[in-house]
Design a binder for this molecule. Structure first.
Ligand code: ZN
Length: 165
C-alpha cells in the first residue's frame, strides 16, 4: 500500500532509528516498534525531520543534526541554584537525580541535579541532549497518508485506541 510513497508533509512515518551522542547509543527503536510521527508539523526535532523528505520505505540514511537543530544549545540560564532546605526530605540530593518542577505558568519542567554543594543544589533544566551533536541512523519502515483527523490534531492516532484529545 505504501509502495511508491516518499516522505512528505502530511504523511505518517514509521521509522527505525538509532541515536548516537559522543559515540554512545543514546536512544534506539531496536527491540521496539518503529517510532511513528506525522511529518511536517514538528513531532520530531527539526534537523531530523527536514532530512527525511523524499525518503522511500526501506531506505536508510545517516543524519547528523547540529545542537541548534536538535535539542538546542546548552543554556546557562537554565541552571538554577536552590537552597538545600527547599528540597523535600524524600528527594536524595545526588548528581543526576531527575526532578519535575511546576513552573510559574503551571507547566511541568524536567530537570536533574547537576551539582550538590554545601548549602545549595544546582538544578539543570536543559534537555539532557542540549548542546550535543546528534548522529542518527534511520530507516523508513512504513509510510501512509495521515487521516483528516490526524492532520487536524497534528499527531498520529493508533488504530487500536479511541482518540481522546
Ligand atoms: Zn488526536
Amino acid at each position: 500500500m505504501s509502495e511508491g510513497l516518499k516522505v512528505t508533509d502530511g504523511q505518517v512515518v514509521a521509522m527505525d532509528y538509532t541515536l548516537r551522542v559522543d559515540g554512545e547509543i543514546a536512544d534506539s527503536s531496536e527491540g521496539h516498534e518503529p517510532l511513528e510521527f506525522l511529518q511536517g508539523v514538528g513531532n520530531i526535532i527539526p534537523g531530523l525531520e527536514s532530512a527525511l523528505y523524499g525518503m522511500a520505505v526501506g531506505e536508510s540514511k545517516k543524519v547528523i543534526v547540529a545542537a541548534a537543530d536538535g535539542y538546542g544549545e546548552f543554556d546557562a540560564e537554565a541552571l538554577v541554584e536552590v537552597p538545600r532546605a527547599e528540597f523535600p526530605p524524600q528527594i536524595p540530593l545526588e548528581l543526576g537525580i531527575e526532578l519535575q518542577v511546576r513552573g510559574q505558568d503551571g507547566e511541568i519542567m524536567h530537570g536533574h541535579i547537576s551539582k550538590v554543594g554545601e548549602e545549595t543544589v544546582e538544578l539543570d533544566f536543559n534537555h539532557p541532549l542540549a548542546g550535543k551533536e546528534l548522529h542518527f541512523d534511520v530507516t523508513i519502515a512504513a509510510l501512509r497518508e495521515a487521516s483528516d483527523e490526524e492532520l487536524l490534531h497534528g499527531h498520529v492516532h493508533q488504530d487500536s485506541q479511541e482518540e481522546e484529545d
